[in-house]
Design a protein around this ligand. Structure first.
Ligand code: ZN
Ligand code: ZN
Length: 258
């Protein structure tokens, strides 16, 4: 049994709601019994669609938040929509939120401010935080510290940092999620990270529809392929994929609260 802790099952990407349902069914057929759909959008309709998806599929949980790419779209109304979404027990975290200095699709000061306000919101709601950190050179972690984000569980999704940065996050109680990049031959530092993340801090994800693992690279990613990520990480750690799946499921339940 496996969980995909981070995927974006948006209908426009999968050919409508039926296409999303088909992707969930393929995941279940592959033993991926649980998945966390990341509804990161400044459009509150995305949170309502996510709640609807979770109602249709008992194994689906969802988050609500605003991606750093869209930080410029943040408003008080969006904050209220996240609060409203959090009343649903299937809403398990706020995010993904963070800093993306690779694409810089929102002004950096706006990204910083919207990260701070979403950390405060997660603390107010007592919900875990899903972090997206791309090329912020440690600034994301500094802001998390300043805002006391680690008072709630913190998950770094698609972790692309090195072992030293991983250790800093883990020392604060944070979780590390390994994506399909770990299957790429060139991803040697990520493979080194995947070898040493403590057993009780490790998660795996697809980040569907992006970052499709080998051997499906070039195709659209989907939650069923988290098995390929899990197989690679299990091989790196010298354990069976079943054992890895059990650990990851236990970690996800502790982090997200079941
Ligand atoms: Zn991300
Ligand atoms: Zn994502």
């Amino acid at each position: 049994m496996l969980i995909d802790t981070h995927c974006h099952l948006d209908p426009q990407t999968y050919g409508g709601p039926d296409g999303v349902d088909a992707a969930v069914a393929r995941a279940q057929a592959a033993g991926v019994t649980r998945l966390v759909h990341i509804a990161c959008s400044p459009d509150p309709a995305a949170y309502a669609r996510a709640a609807e998806l979770a109602r249709r599929h008992p194994g689906v949980r969802f988050t609500a938040g605003v991606h750093p790419h869209d930080a410029k779209e943040w408003t008080d109304e969006v904050a209220d929509a996240i609060r409203a979404a959090a009343a649903d027990p299937a809403m398990v975290a706020v995010g993904e939120m963070g800093l993306d200095f690779h694409y810089d699709l929102s002004n950096r000061d706006v990204q910083r401010a919207v990260l701070r306000v979403q950390i405060a919101l997660a603390r107010e709601l007592n919900k875990p935080i899903v972090i997206h950190d791309r090329e912020s050179d440690g600034e994301t972690l500094r802001i998390l510290d300043e805002e006391r984000a680690f008072d709630v569980p913190v998950l770094y999704h698609c972790f692309t940092g090195d072992r030293a940065h991983m250790a800093e996050i883990v020392a604060r109680g944070g979780y590390i999620s390994i994506p399909g990049i770990v299957t790429f031959k060139t991803a040697t530092e990520m493979q080194a990270v995947a070898a040493v993340v403590p057993d009780d801090r490790l998660l795996v994800e697809t980040d569907s529809p992006y970052l499709t693992p080998i051997p499906f690279r070039g195709k659209k990613n989907e939650p069923a392929y988290v098995r390929l990520v899990a197989e690679r990480v299990a091989a790196i750690r010298g354990i069976s994929v079943e054992e890895l799946g059990e650990k990851v499921m236990a970690n996800a339940e502790r982090l997200f609260g079941g």
